[in-house]
Design a protein. Structure first.
Length: 94
């Protein structure tokens, strides 16, 4: 299991979730508000329940906004509205 860190940028009203401790520390050094560890997730789907869902992290540069979902349908809808998939943060169980 890996931690899921959460920070918030008040100036642009954007929450950022990351599993990457280095990114987390960098965001804090840039003035983000620290919400700490929000939970734990799996780094990959290998060897866990077949129902594990990917936690997608998407970003819309024009809106300076992140979007998160476990739904492939929501991911595709967000993509059609200008969001770009950054990566799969981890996997969670429903």
């Amino acid at each position: 299991m890996i931690p899921l860190y959460n920070v918030y940028f008040r100036s642009i009203h954007d929450d950022i979730y990351t599993e990457n401790e280095e990114e987390y520390e960098t965001l804090l050094s840039q003035g983000a508000v620290d919400y700490g560890i929000r939970g734990y997730m799996y780094a990959n789907a290998i060897g866990i329940d077949n129902n594990a869902l990917p936690f997608y992290r998407m970003y819309n540069q024009n809106l300076q906004d992140h979007f998160y979902t476990t739904s492939e349908t929501e991911r595709n809808t967000a993509a059609s509205n200008g969001y770009v998939l950054q990566y799969i943060v981890g996997y969670i169980l429903p």
